[in-house]
Design a protein around this ligand. Structure first.
Ligand code: GDP
Ligand code: ZN
Length: 359
């Protein structure tokens, strides 16, 4: 056991959870927060220590969906078994949930719980777009989380361009805080750091390569993201190491960076995406060529439908965008369901052909 005692408040135990805990009739249960999830179970933290933990058989039995299982960031009630192990009896009600809905599935996938503020990161050298911010913002808000915009890699653009982007962002996202930073030069990082509040929980989301890890590492002041290994007990007391997914910043502020966080696809956040794909997929079956990419080919039923007005240009463009944005990953399940082999091949072709017309 480490003697690194902490206050539960410093890892996010707010009045919201205290009240929930107090209303629980079983006084012998102790509150703890889930700081990592791995195949064999969970890692928890309380005032005194870190524990490997499993859920009870009853909890498993009572679970009807993924949401009934704990996730990183959850406050749970536990029984401590020994110095290193505990049993999770209950999940305290969640204040916020970051989740993605899997296309073609009724179940939502919880990525993390009880995040107060989500930093949505984009950089001008990647797939910068206002619409992308928009969709991330709605995904975050739908879980009760406050979105904050970060434009990273400002060292790559000149003052005029930066000013243009800032104005554009302010105009479009009037109620959202905006930070412009450079994880490389350090510009703007202090302003960001200053506004990160003790006892609140944060996460960073955004496409791969925009600099999330770089910003996090600057904030943590060391390479914790890479070295944050913790040991745990998996099945039958076997020792395993896993990565910490919840960090406490030196000057306060709690950060969740779980693997799922990096896979948040935007497909899931826009309702009706499944329908867009289904509608276009049905049309594809009537294309003249089996390897049609539906971008320029003669005899393309998709293009014909746009021409005749049966398929809206807007839907088609959305579709192309989604395919290009590499966010069709969650489609794979849907794909299998629809016996869709052709569809996967088609996506690969569209990705290769990169239709300039619709950039
Ligand atoms: P992540 O996938 O969002 O976590 O992105 P990373 O933090 O791994 O960064 C992706 C690449 O962008 C790396 O090569 C970083 O060195 C680089 N990078 C990150 N932040 C900045 C920045 O502010 N300016 C510049 N020029 N490069 C950056
Ligand atoms: Zn076609």
């Amino acid at each position: 056991m480490d003697d690194n005692r902490i206050k539960l408040e410093d890892i996010g135990y707010s009045d919201f959870f205290k009240i929930k805990k107090e209303s629980n009739s079983n006084d012998s249960l102790m509150p703890a927060r889930i700081i990592a999830e791995h195949k064999g179970g969970y890692i928890l933290r309380n005032e005194a220590s870190e524990f490997s933990a499993k859920i009870t058989g009853k909890m498993r039995f009572d679970s009807s969906s993924r949401e009934d299982y704990p996730s990183v960031g959850d406050w749970v009630l536990i029984n401590v078994t020994n110095e290193e192990q505990a049993v999770i009896r209950e999940i305290l009600p969640r204040q916020t949930i970051l989740k993605r809905k899997l296309v073609g599935k009724s179940d939502a996938q919880i990525i993390a719980s009880n995040i107060d503020i989500a930093f949505i990161v984009q950089s001008p050298d990647r797939d910068y777009s206002l619409n992308r911010f928009e969709r991330y913002i709605s995904l975050v808000k739908s879980g009760g989380i406050k979105p904050v915009i970060i434009l990273n890699k400002t060292d790559l653009i000149d003052e005029a361009e930066l000013e243009r982007i800032i104005n554009e962002l302010k105009e479009r996202f009037k109620d959202t805080d905006i930070y412009t930073v450079s994880a490389v030069s350090g510009k703007g990082i202090l302003d960001l750091r200053k506004d990160i509040k003790k006892r609140l929980t944060y996460c960073f989301i955004g496409s791969s390569g925009v600099g999330k890890s770089s910003i996090i590492n600057v904030l943590l002041g060391e390479d914790l993201i890479k070295t944050g290994e913790i040991s745990a007990y998996a099945d039958r007391g076997k020792h395993v190491t896993t990565h910490r997914q919840l960090f406490v910043l030196k000057e306060g502020g709690i950060l969740i960076d779980s693997p799922g966080m990096r896979e948040i696809g935007l497909v899931d956040s826009s309702a009706g995406v499944k329908n867009i794909f289904l509608e276009i997929y049905k049309l594809m079956e009537n294309c003249k060529f089996s390897n049609c990419t539906h971008v320029h080919e003669p005899g393309c039923a998709v293009l014909a439908a746009i021409k005749s007005g049966d398929l809206s240009e807007e839907k088609y463009q959305n579709y192309l965008k989604l395919v290009k944005e590499d966010e069709y990953n969650t489609m794979s399940k849907f794909k299998k369901k629809e016996k869709d082999y052709k569809f996967g091949k088609h996506i690969k072709q569209v990705l290769k052909s990169k239709p300039k017309k619709y950039e």
